[in-house]
Design a protein around this ligand. Sequence first.
Ligand code: SF4
Length: 300
Amino acid sequence: MEIIRVIPQGYCQGVVRAIHIVKKTIDENPNVPIAMLGMIVHNRAVVNACRQCGISVLDHPHKTRLQLLDAVQEGIVIFTAHGVSDAVYEKARGKGLQIVDATCPDVRRTHDLVRAHCRKGDVLYIGKRFHPEAEGICGISGRVHLIADPGDLETCGPLQNPLITTQTTLSQLDAAALIALCRKKWPEAIVAPEICRATTIRQNAILNLQAVDLLLVVGDPRSNNSRQLCEIGKAAGIPNNILLENALQLRKEDFLSYEKIAVTSGSSTPPVLTEQVLDVLRNYAENRIWRVPEHLPSIF
Ligand code: SF4
């Protein structure tokens, strides 16, 4: 069995920055209640580490950021790397909360692009329904139209001076397919894809893999960029893929039939979790010893 570490993988600069902001906020405000509006990044281990540090993490699959804010009455509110709409900002200010904004600069750039274009026309935003980044962008203006699947094109009426842009963590292949459909309907549209560099180079690293049996992605199932890595693996012709959160979920029988296994991780996955997975697989490949750790390492 051969184990290949895919490079690059793991934390992107936006996630490193967001976690640094959270840790700094905790250190500098020992006696202030701190709430986080959603998961700082889509990784359960990171969120649990935040909770252990005393942060109240507000998360609900059917509630918007605006609705989640109802539960915060005092202290500090942290906005996550995915960004928020102006309405969330205004509501937090209206409640007298101290705002700590960990929005990734790449997401902020998409906000700026969309906000500027809405002054002169409509925006077709290719993104995931119910994803917080899409919620933040769609909250900019009624001129932003979410395109999550081809069916959404049917409901868009006549558009003025349309711009097509994308969520930062999409599969570049899925985005290209939806962009092509949009251009068919609105050939005059300007195209400005916003898939970030971190996402692009992690996906390209998989597209460039040669003759791999299995792609193992270490990441949270709620992480869009982790799920996309599995999809990119399929598009690259890799016949099998597994998405798991950490080494405790490894089962020997899932790996026995493969000759060449490539291991990557989502940009929200703590590197220590991926290292544990790699240690288990390499130990088996080199020494035929399958030993899964009993505990997960500390995240912060
Ligand atoms: Fe920012 Fe891209 Fe990382 Fe998202 S994946 S936090 S947009 S750098």
